[in-house]
Design a protein around this ligand. Sequence first.
Ligand SMILES: Cc1ncc(COP(=O)(O)O)c(C=O)c1O
Length: 430
Amino acid sequence: MLQMDYLSINEKGRLSMKGHDLIDISEKFGTPIYIMNEKSIRNSCKKFVNAINKYYDSKGLVLFASKSLNCKEICKIINEENMGIDVVSGGELYTAIKANFPMSKVHFHGNNKTPEELHLAINSGVGRIVVDNEEELKMLNNIAQDKNKICNILLRIKPGVDAHTHEFIKTGRVDSKFGITMKEGITLLENIQRFKNINFMGFHCHIGSQILDSRPFILAASIMVEFISKVKSKTGLSTQELNLGGGFGIQYTENDKYLDYDKCIKEVSIEIKEKCEDLKLNIPYMYIEPGRSIVGSAGITLYKIGNIKKIPGIRTYVAIDGSMADNPRHIMYGSEYTVINASKANIKPNKLVTIAGKCCESGDIISEDVLLADPEVDDIIAILCTGAYNYSMASNYNRTLKPPILMINKNKLKTIVKRQSLEDLISLDI
Ligand SMILES: Cc1ncc(COP(=O)(O)O)c(C=O)c1O
Protein backbone atom coordinates (compact mmCIF):
# COMPACT_ATOMS: atom_id res chain seq x y z
CA MET A 1 0.00 0.00 0.00
CA LEU A 2 1.15 3.55 -0.71
CA GLN A 3 1.96 5.48 2.47
CA MET A 4 -0.84 8.02 2.05
CA ASP A 5 -3.11 7.55 5.04
CA TYR A 6 -4.30 11.15 4.82
CA LEU A 7 -6.46 10.31 1.79
CA SER A 8 -9.89 8.71 2.13
CA ILE A 9 -13.19 8.36 0.28
CA ASN A 10 -16.11 10.36 1.70
CA GLU A 11 -19.84 9.69 1.77
CA LYS A 12 -20.24 11.30 -1.69
CA GLY A 13 -17.77 8.79 -3.10
CA ARG A 14 -15.16 11.52 -3.63
CA LEU A 15 -11.53 11.62 -2.62
CA SER A 16 -10.85 13.69 0.46
CA MET A 17 -7.73 14.78 2.32
CA LYS A 18 -8.09 14.76 6.09
CA GLY A 19 -11.84 15.39 5.81
CA HIS A 20 -11.56 18.06 3.09
CA ASP A 21 -13.50 17.09 -0.05
CA LEU A 22 -11.03 17.52 -2.91
CA ILE A 23 -13.76 18.31 -5.44
CA ASP A 24 -14.94 21.17 -3.22
CA ILE A 25 -11.33 22.34 -2.98
CA SER A 26 -10.93 22.22 -6.76
CA GLU A 27 -14.06 24.36 -7.16
CA LYS A 28 -12.95 26.87 -4.56
CA PHE A 29 -9.26 27.18 -5.48
CA GLY A 30 -9.24 26.11 -9.14
CA THR A 31 -7.12 23.58 -11.00
CA PRO A 32 -4.39 22.63 -11.53
CA ILE A 33 -3.41 22.84 -7.89
CA TYR A 34 -0.72 21.25 -5.72
CA ILE A 35 -2.02 20.18 -2.31
CA MET A 36 0.31 19.31 0.56
CA ASN A 37 -0.48 17.59 3.84
CA GLU A 38 1.46 19.29 6.62
CA LYS A 39 1.28 16.43 9.11
CA SER A 40 2.71 14.04 6.57
CA ILE A 41 5.69 16.37 5.95
CA ARG A 42 6.27 16.72 9.69
CA ASN A 43 5.99 12.96 10.27
CA SER A 44 8.63 12.26 7.63
CA CYS A 45 10.94 14.86 9.19
CA LYS A 46 10.49 13.23 12.60
CA LYS A 47 11.27 9.78 11.19
CA PHE A 48 14.72 10.86 10.01
CA VAL A 49 15.50 13.09 13.00
CA ASN A 50 14.50 10.37 15.49
CA ALA A 51 16.52 7.75 13.61
CA ILE A 52 19.70 9.85 13.73
CA ASN A 53 19.14 10.55 17.43
CA LYS A 54 18.42 6.91 18.21
CA TYR A 55 21.08 5.15 16.18
CA TYR A 56 23.76 7.77 15.82
CA ASP A 57 23.58 9.13 19.36
CA SER A 58 22.27 12.53 18.22
CA LYS A 59 25.60 13.25 16.53
CA GLY A 60 24.08 14.33 13.26
CA LEU A 61 21.76 16.73 11.52
CA VAL A 62 19.08 16.03 8.93
CA LEU A 63 19.18 18.60 6.13
CA PHE A 64 16.13 18.95 3.92
CA ALA A 65 17.16 18.92 0.25
CA SER A 66 15.23 22.02 -0.70
CA LYS A 67 15.64 21.37 -4.42
CA SER A 68 12.72 18.96 -4.00
CA LEU A 69 10.38 21.76 -2.83
CA ASN A 70 11.35 25.22 -1.71
CA CYS A 71 9.19 28.09 -0.54
CA LYS A 72 9.15 30.15 2.65
CA GLU A 73 6.49 28.07 4.43
CA ILE A 74 8.40 24.83 3.83
CA CYS A 75 11.58 26.44 5.23
CA LYS A 76 9.58 27.43 8.32
CA ILE A 77 8.27 23.88 8.85
CA ILE A 78 11.72 22.38 8.38
CA ASN A 79 13.17 24.77 10.95
CA GLU A 80 10.40 23.90 13.43
CA GLU A 81 11.28 20.23 12.95
CA ASN A 82 14.87 20.96 14.06
CA MET A 83 16.41 20.24 10.71
CA GLY A 84 18.82 22.09 8.47
CA ILE A 85 18.47 22.77 4.76
CA ASP A 86 20.64 22.20 1.74
CA VAL A 87 20.45 24.63 -1.14
CA VAL A 88 21.90 24.40 -4.62
CA SER A 89 21.48 27.90 -5.97
CA GLY A 90 21.35 31.55 -5.00
CA GLY A 91 17.56 31.35 -5.44
CA GLU A 92 17.11 28.51 -2.97
CA LEU A 93 19.49 30.25 -0.58
CA TYR A 94 17.62 33.55 -0.91
CA THR A 95 14.32 31.79 -0.11
CA ALA A 96 15.85 30.36 3.08
CA ILE A 97 17.23 33.79 4.03
CA LYS A 98 13.83 35.41 3.49
CA ALA A 99 12.20 32.68 5.58
CA ASN A 100 14.60 33.60 8.44
CA PHE A 101 16.09 30.13 8.36
CA PRO A 102 19.07 29.80 10.73
CA MET A 103 21.96 30.12 8.29
CA SER A 104 24.38 28.05 10.37
CA LYS A 105 22.19 25.04 9.45
CA VAL A 106 22.39 25.64 5.70
CA HIS A 107 24.70 23.70 3.37
CA PHE A 108 25.36 25.20 -0.04
CA HIS A 109 25.85 22.79 -2.98
CA GLY A 110 26.39 23.17 -6.69
CA ASN A 111 28.84 22.08 -9.38
CA ASN A 112 29.30 25.58 -10.76
CA LYS A 113 28.56 28.17 -8.10
CA THR A 114 28.88 31.70 -9.38
CA PRO A 115 30.92 34.38 -7.61
CA GLU A 116 27.63 36.19 -6.82
CA GLU A 117 26.25 33.06 -5.19
CA LEU A 118 29.40 32.58 -3.12
CA HIS A 119 29.27 36.23 -1.99
CA LEU A 120 25.65 35.75 -0.90
CA ALA A 121 26.53 32.49 0.87
CA ILE A 122 29.43 34.04 2.80
CA ASN A 123 27.58 37.27 3.60
CA SER A 124 24.58 35.37 4.92
CA GLY A 125 26.79 33.05 7.00
CA VAL A 126 25.84 29.64 5.62
CA GLY A 127 27.10 26.81 7.80
CA ARG A 128 28.97 24.76 5.19
CA ILE A 129 29.89 25.30 1.59
CA VAL A 130 30.09 21.96 -0.18
CA VAL A 131 33.00 22.56 -2.53
CA ASP A 132 32.71 20.75 -5.83
CA ASN A 133 36.14 21.21 -7.39
CA GLU A 134 39.55 22.90 -7.13
CA GLU A 135 38.58 25.95 -9.21
CA GLU A 136 35.73 26.64 -6.85
CA LEU A 137 38.00 26.21 -3.83
CA LYS A 138 40.37 28.84 -5.22
CA MET A 139 37.52 31.24 -5.95
CA LEU A 140 35.94 30.70 -2.54
CA ASN A 141 39.26 31.24 -0.78
CA ASN A 142 39.82 34.52 -2.66
CA ILE A 143 36.33 35.80 -1.91
CA ALA A 144 36.63 34.79 1.76
CA GLN A 145 40.06 36.46 1.96
CA ASP A 146 38.63 39.75 0.62
CA LYS A 147 35.93 39.59 3.26
CA ASN A 148 38.36 38.51 5.98
CA LYS A 149 36.22 35.44 6.67
CA ILE A 150 36.98 31.75 7.20
CA CYS A 151 34.71 29.30 5.33
CA ASN A 152 33.86 25.90 6.73
CA ILE A 153 33.77 23.49 3.84
CA LEU A 154 32.95 19.93 2.92
CA LEU A 155 34.53 18.46 -0.19
CA ARG A 156 32.21 16.64 -2.60
CA ILE A 157 33.60 13.22 -3.44
CA LYS A 158 32.43 10.63 -5.96
CA PRO A 159 32.30 7.39 -4.02
CA GLY A 160 31.71 5.48 -7.28
CA VAL A 161 28.60 3.72 -6.00
CA ASP A 162 26.20 2.80 -8.76
CA ALA A 163 22.80 2.95 -7.09
CA HIS A 164 20.18 1.27 -9.21
CA THR A 165 17.99 4.07 -10.43
CA HIS A 166 17.17 6.04 -13.56
CA GLU A 167 20.25 6.92 -15.64
CA PHE A 168 19.67 10.69 -15.54
CA ILE A 169 19.54 10.93 -11.80
CA LYS A 170 22.67 9.02 -10.91
CA THR A 171 25.24 11.40 -9.49
CA GLY A 172 27.63 9.33 -7.40
CA ARG A 173 29.55 7.46 -10.09
CA VAL A 174 32.90 8.53 -11.48
CA ASP A 175 31.20 9.63 -14.71
CA SER A 176 29.38 12.50 -13.07
CA LYS A 177 29.57 16.25 -13.32
CA PHE A 178 29.43 16.49 -9.54
CA GLY A 179 32.47 16.43 -7.26
CA ILE A 180 35.93 14.99 -7.63
CA THR A 181 37.36 11.50 -7.37
CA MET A 182 38.93 10.19 -4.18
CA LYS A 183 42.37 10.41 -5.77
CA GLU A 184 41.81 14.05 -6.74
CA GLY A 185 40.48 14.70 -3.25
CA ILE A 186 43.67 13.47 -1.61
CA THR A 187 45.85 15.55 -3.95
CA LEU A 188 43.79 18.63 -3.14
CA LEU A 189 43.92 18.02 0.59
CA GLU A 190 47.70 17.49 0.58
CA ASN A 191 47.93 21.20 -0.17
CA ILE A 192 44.86 22.49 1.63
CA GLN A 193 46.92 24.71 3.95
CA ARG A 194 47.64 27.06 1.03
CA PHE A 195 43.97 28.04 1.17
CA LYS A 196 44.28 30.24 4.24
CA ASN A 197 40.60 31.18 4.46
CA ILE A 198 39.29 27.64 4.19
CA ASN A 199 38.55 25.36 7.10
CA PHE A 200 38.22 21.74 5.97
CA MET A 201 35.49 19.99 7.98
CA GLY A 202 34.86 16.82 5.98
CA PHE A 203 33.30 15.17 2.97
CA HIS A 204 30.05 15.01 1.10
CA CYS A 205 28.77 12.36 -1.28
CA HIS A 206 25.42 11.65 -2.92
CA ILE A 207 24.85 8.38 -4.73
CA GLY A 208 21.57 8.95 -6.58
CA SER A 209 17.88 9.46 -6.15
CA GLN A 210 14.72 7.39 -5.67
CA ILE A 211 16.78 4.53 -4.17
CA LEU A 212 14.59 1.83 -2.60
CA ASP A 213 17.30 -0.37 -1.15
CA SER A 214 19.46 0.36 1.90
CA ARG A 215 22.51 -1.49 0.57
CA PRO A 216 23.89 1.29 -1.68
CA PHE A 217 23.70 3.71 1.27
CA ILE A 218 25.61 1.28 3.51
CA LEU A 219 28.17 0.69 0.77
CA ALA A 220 28.68 4.43 0.24
CA ALA A 221 29.08 4.97 4.00
CA SER A 222 31.63 2.18 4.18
CA ILE A 223 33.62 3.51 1.21
CA MET A 224 33.61 7.03 2.66
CA VAL A 225 34.89 5.88 6.07
CA GLU A 226 37.68 3.94 4.37
CA PHE A 227 38.45 7.07 2.40
CA ILE A 228 38.56 9.14 5.60
CA SER A 229 41.13 6.69 6.96
CA LYS A 230 43.20 6.94 3.78
CA VAL A 231 43.06 10.75 3.91
CA LYS A 232 44.33 10.62 7.49
CA SER A 233 47.26 8.38 6.66
CA LYS A 234 48.23 10.30 3.49
CA THR A 235 47.71 13.87 4.67
CA GLY A 236 47.43 13.74 8.45
CA LEU A 237 44.08 15.52 8.23
CA SER A 238 41.27 14.36 10.45
CA THR A 239 37.74 14.43 9.14
CA GLN A 240 35.13 15.73 11.52
CA GLU A 241 32.03 15.52 9.35
CA LEU A 242 30.49 13.22 6.78
CA ASN A 243 27.49 14.22 4.67
CA LEU A 244 25.98 11.18 2.94
CA GLY A 245 23.52 13.10 0.75
CA GLY A 246 19.92 12.12 0.04
CA GLY A 247 18.22 9.74 -2.36
CA PHE A 248 15.83 7.83 -0.07
CA GLY A 249 13.06 6.66 -2.38
CA ILE A 250 9.26 6.70 -2.04
CA GLN A 251 6.50 4.51 -3.43
CA TYR A 252 4.98 6.20 -6.47
CA THR A 253 2.98 3.12 -7.39
CA GLU A 254 2.14 -0.17 -5.73
CA ASN A 255 4.94 -1.75 -7.79
CA ASP A 256 7.60 0.26 -5.97
CA LYS A 257 9.36 -1.40 -3.06
CA TYR A 258 9.04 0.18 0.39
CA LEU A 259 12.22 1.59 1.93
CA ASP A 260 12.15 1.62 5.73
CA TYR A 261 14.03 4.87 6.54
CA ASP A 262 14.45 4.03 10.23
CA LYS A 263 16.05 0.68 9.41
CA CYS A 264 18.19 2.22 6.68
CA ILE A 265 19.60 4.90 9.02
CA LYS A 266 20.15 2.25 11.66
CA GLU A 267 22.17 0.08 9.27
CA VAL A 268 24.18 3.03 7.97
CA SER A 269 24.91 4.18 11.54
CA ILE A 270 26.09 0.74 12.57
CA GLU A 271 28.32 0.52 9.50
CA ILE A 272 29.98 3.88 10.20
CA LYS A 273 30.51 3.17 13.88
CA GLU A 274 31.92 -0.33 13.35
CA LYS A 275 34.17 0.77 10.52
CA CYS A 276 35.48 3.72 12.53
CA GLU A 277 36.27 1.40 15.41
CA ASP A 278 38.13 -1.03 13.12
CA LEU A 279 40.11 1.79 11.53
CA LYS A 280 40.65 3.62 14.83
CA LEU A 281 38.95 6.77 13.67
CA ASN A 282 36.80 9.25 15.56
CA ILE A 283 33.16 8.85 14.54
CA PRO A 284 32.34 11.77 12.24
CA TYR A 285 29.32 14.00 12.74
CA MET A 286 26.77 12.81 10.18
CA TYR A 287 24.53 14.75 7.81
CA ILE A 288 21.90 13.28 5.52
CA GLU A 289 19.91 15.19 2.91
CA PRO A 290 16.49 13.67 2.25
CA GLY A 291 14.30 15.66 -0.13
CA ARG A 292 11.77 13.47 -1.94
CA SER A 293 11.24 11.30 1.16
CA ILE A 294 10.20 14.37 3.19
CA VAL A 295 7.73 16.01 0.81
CA GLY A 296 7.09 13.58 -2.08
CA SER A 297 4.31 11.46 -0.59
CA ALA A 298 2.92 14.47 1.27
CA GLY A 299 1.63 16.08 -1.91
CA ILE A 300 -0.89 15.46 -4.67
CA THR A 301 -1.90 17.47 -7.73
CA LEU A 302 -5.49 18.00 -8.86
CA TYR A 303 -6.37 18.52 -12.52
CA LYS A 304 -9.66 18.81 -14.41
CA ILE A 305 -10.40 16.65 -17.45
CA GLY A 306 -11.01 18.81 -20.55
CA ASN A 307 -11.56 16.20 -23.23
CA ILE A 308 -11.24 12.48 -23.87
CA LYS A 309 -9.96 11.14 -27.18
CA LYS A 310 -10.50 7.46 -27.97
CA ILE A 311 -8.23 6.16 -30.72
CA PRO A 312 -9.76 2.75 -31.47
CA GLY A 313 -7.37 -0.14 -31.00
CA ILE A 314 -4.60 2.18 -29.86
CA ARG A 315 -5.29 4.19 -26.73
CA THR A 316 -7.53 6.70 -24.98
CA TYR A 317 -6.09 10.10 -24.15
CA VAL A 318 -7.52 11.93 -21.18
CA ALA A 319 -6.49 15.58 -21.54
CA ILE A 320 -6.03 17.59 -18.36
CA ASP A 321 -5.64 21.30 -17.67
CA GLY A 322 -2.01 20.89 -16.52
CA SER A 323 1.06 19.63 -18.30
CA MET A 324 4.76 18.82 -18.36
CA ALA A 325 5.20 22.45 -17.29
CA ASP A 326 3.85 21.69 -13.79
CA ASN A 327 4.93 18.03 -13.75
CA PRO A 328 7.94 17.37 -15.98
CA ARG A 329 8.97 14.11 -14.31
CA HIS A 330 7.38 11.74 -16.83
CA ILE A 331 8.88 13.44 -19.86
CA MET A 332 12.28 13.72 -18.12
CA TYR A 333 12.58 10.36 -16.40
CA GLY A 334 9.66 8.27 -17.64
CA SER A 335 8.35 8.39 -14.05
CA GLU A 336 5.19 6.52 -13.14
CA TYR A 337 2.39 7.71 -10.90
CA THR A 338 -0.72 6.49 -9.17
CA VAL A 339 -3.74 8.33 -10.59
CA ILE A 340 -7.23 8.47 -9.06
CA ASN A 341 -10.46 9.84 -10.43
CA ALA A 342 -11.17 11.98 -7.36
CA SER A 343 -14.74 12.60 -8.53
CA LYS A 344 -15.46 8.85 -8.55
CA ALA A 345 -13.08 7.50 -5.94
CA ASN A 346 -15.60 4.85 -4.85
CA ILE A 347 -15.65 3.22 -8.30
CA LYS A 348 -13.07 0.56 -9.08
CA PRO A 349 -10.62 1.87 -11.73
CA ASN A 350 -11.83 0.27 -14.98
CA LYS A 351 -10.63 2.23 -18.05
CA LEU A 352 -7.08 2.07 -19.37
CA VAL A 353 -6.07 5.61 -20.33
CA THR A 354 -3.08 7.87 -20.89
CA ILE A 355 -3.11 11.22 -19.11
CA ALA A 356 -2.03 13.93 -21.54
CA GLY A 357 -0.99 17.46 -20.69
CA LYS A 358 -2.02 20.59 -22.60
CA CYS A 359 1.42 21.63 -23.86
CA CYS A 360 2.22 21.71 -27.55
CA GLU A 361 4.47 18.61 -27.37
CA SER A 362 3.48 15.04 -28.24
CA GLY A 363 5.64 13.83 -25.36
CA ASP A 364 3.66 15.90 -22.88
CA ILE A 365 2.28 12.94 -20.97
CA ILE A 366 1.83 12.79 -17.21
CA SER A 367 1.04 9.10 -16.90
CA GLU A 368 0.86 6.35 -19.49
CA ASP A 369 -1.52 3.39 -19.43
CA VAL A 370 -3.18 3.87 -16.06
CA LEU A 371 -6.56 2.59 -14.92
CA LEU A 372 -9.09 5.31 -14.18
CA ALA A 373 -12.69 4.98 -12.96
CA ASP A 374 -15.19 6.00 -15.70
CA PRO A 375 -13.40 9.20 -16.73
CA GLU A 376 -15.65 12.00 -18.03
CA VAL A 377 -15.13 15.62 -18.99
CA ASP A 378 -15.01 17.87 -15.87
CA ASP A 379 -14.00 15.04 -13.54
CA ILE A 380 -11.18 15.95 -11.18
CA ILE A 381 -8.25 13.61 -11.20
CA ALA A 382 -5.59 13.37 -8.51
CA ILE A 383 -1.99 12.45 -9.29
CA LEU A 384 -0.46 11.11 -6.09
CA CYS A 385 3.02 11.68 -4.67
CA THR A 386 3.73 14.93 -6.44
CA GLY A 387 5.07 16.84 -3.43
CA ALA A 388 8.68 16.60 -4.61
CA TYR A 389 10.21 17.78 -7.89
CA ASN A 390 6.92 19.01 -9.30
CA TYR A 391 6.45 22.60 -8.13
CA SER A 392 10.23 22.93 -7.84
CA MET A 393 10.71 21.82 -11.45
CA ALA A 394 7.71 23.72 -12.82
CA SER A 395 8.24 26.07 -15.74
CA ASN A 396 6.19 28.49 -17.79
CA TYR A 397 6.59 26.46 -20.96
CA ASN A 398 3.99 27.52 -23.55
CA ARG A 399 3.43 30.41 -21.13
CA THR A 400 1.25 28.24 -18.96
CA LEU A 401 0.82 29.52 -15.41
CA LYS A 402 2.37 27.83 -12.40
CA PRO A 403 -0.27 26.34 -10.06
CA PRO A 404 -0.54 27.41 -6.43
CA ILE A 405 0.35 25.24 -3.42
CA LEU A 406 -2.34 24.71 -0.82
CA MET A 407 -1.33 23.33 2.59
CA ILE A 408 -3.82 21.28 4.56
CA ASN A 409 -3.37 20.96 8.30
CA LYS A 410 -6.31 19.43 10.16
CA ASN A 411 -9.21 21.85 9.57
CA LYS A 412 -7.01 24.61 8.17
CA LEU A 413 -6.43 25.33 4.49
CA LYS A 414 -3.65 27.74 3.72
CA THR A 415 -2.31 28.92 0.36
CA ILE A 416 1.47 28.86 0.79
CA VAL A 417 2.31 29.76 -2.82
CA LYS A 418 -0.12 31.84 -4.87
CA ARG A 419 -1.31 30.92 -8.35
CA GLN A 420 0.64 32.77 -11.00
CA SER A 421 -1.38 35.33 -12.93
CA LEU A 422 -1.09 36.43 -16.54
CA GLU A 423 0.26 39.73 -15.23
CA ASP A 424 2.97 37.85 -13.23
CA LEU A 425 3.88 36.13 -16.45
CA ILE A 426 4.65 39.32 -18.33
CA SER A 427 5.95 41.25 -15.33
CA LEU A 428 9.59 40.97 -16.45
CA ASP A 429 8.93 41.63 -20.14
CA ILE A 430 10.10 45.02 -21.35
C1 LIG B 1 23.48 16.67 -3.36
C2 LIG B 1 22.08 16.21 -3.21
N1 LIG B 1 21.59 16.07 -1.97
C3 LIG B 1 20.32 15.66 -1.77
C4 LIG B 1 19.50 15.36 -2.83
C5 LIG B 1 18.09 14.93 -2.53
O1 LIG B 1 17.75 13.74 -3.09
P1 LIG B 1 16.33 13.08 -2.80
O2 LIG B 1 15.30 14.12 -3.05
O3 LIG B 1 16.28 11.97 -3.73
O4 LIG B 1 16.36 12.67 -1.35
C6 LIG B 1 19.98 15.47 -4.14
C7 LIG B 1 19.12 15.12 -5.28
O5 LIG B 1 19.48 14.76 -6.35
C8 LIG B 1 21.31 15.92 -4.33
O6 LIG B 1 21.82 16.08 -5.57
